[in-house]
Design a protein around this ligand. Sequence first.
Ligand SMILES: [Zn+2]
Length: 430
Amino acid sequence: MKILIKNGHVVDPSQSLDTTADVLVENGHVKEIAPHINVKCERVFDAKGLAVIPGLVDMHTHLREPGYEAKEDIVSGTQAAAHGGVTTVACMPNTKPVIDSSILVSGVKARAEQHGFAHVEVIGAITKNSEGKELSEMGDMAARGAVAFSDDGHHVSSARVFLLAAQYAKALNKPLISHAIDEELNTQGFMHEGIVSTRLGIPGVPSVAEDMAVARDCLVAQYTGAHVHIAHVSTQGAVDLIRHFKKQGVHVTAEAAVHHLTLTDEACSGFNTAAKISPPLRSMEHVRALRQGVLDGTIDIIVTDHSPHASEEKDVEFRYAPNGFPGLETSLGVLLTDLYHTGQMDLSTLINKMSCEPARLFGLPGGTLRPGAVADIAIVDLAREWTVDSNRFYTRGKFTPFEGKKCKGQVVATLLAGKFVMENGEIQCN
Ligand SMILES: [Zn+2]
């Protein structure tokens, strides 16, 4: 099967490519990129006026399977990915049961290979049942293809357990991903502690809760030499700490979530449970620090933290609503609108942080259009205007703080291993 994508604006930071060219895909792989390719193909896609980029790689997705299929499953979650131009997701292990053994890693991977609309990588739990007490079967899970370890949803409170985990992770050459926020302070609050929480009368989570956890985890990385990756950084203090430890040569990397780069705690006004998430949406000074961290390289990658819930779970009083909302179908559109079209970030920076760098950091295929690479491609209309409407989502999570947002820039087609899995907003089931 040969597909020719003609006349697109090819942006691939992995090979410093930013030019108008044709992309030839053959048997699921990128065959050639050149100004004019004339080969007989089964399918020719006219990409004139469109950006052709490596498919996005999201290192922080909750697919909810097994156990929470009312929120999401592998099919609906990967369809949401394809809809948003995301071709690889790494799924978090806070499922039921928790993915803390090799059989669960294999099970999720096998089901995703059969029924998925995106490549699925599995992140195993650091501790059994993510309880923070006893280490999981890290070695066995790594042998079955777990790409990293995390107790996401919780910080590993015990320094002893986290240090031990880091020593194992180092031996296995896999990163530990830390949901770095002090557990005790976090569970006492429901949104960012600041003017808005005071106004609403909702107990807050102070930013220092995150800073303290990040400091400890960076120190553990320094002491053990393990790769510690800080998930969804949301505070100025955390950015400063990570910058400091990186300068010392410590193997620490970090991600920022789309919503932390684009929303503030004002989104919680009116007790809007759609905006409830952990770590919480913070004030503008933190948002600015995060953006600066992305630009100066302190923040390595951008993730969605796609966390769908059933509608009835979110439709409750603010403090009782579960944390999180879906992000796979809005991530690129929101960032193009708020950061690219406003001139704050260029396209190659965004694509690099959303595709090339995550693949490179975690040693995954994808994140590149180099000849020979798997043909995971997103085709984007940078000028197309659209309005976020959760009724059009493929995810089961229909609550989002971006509801009704006017966006500029939309994915119009997604190829997974050389096959169109989404075109014009429609998932291709073939
Ligand atoms: Zn988390």
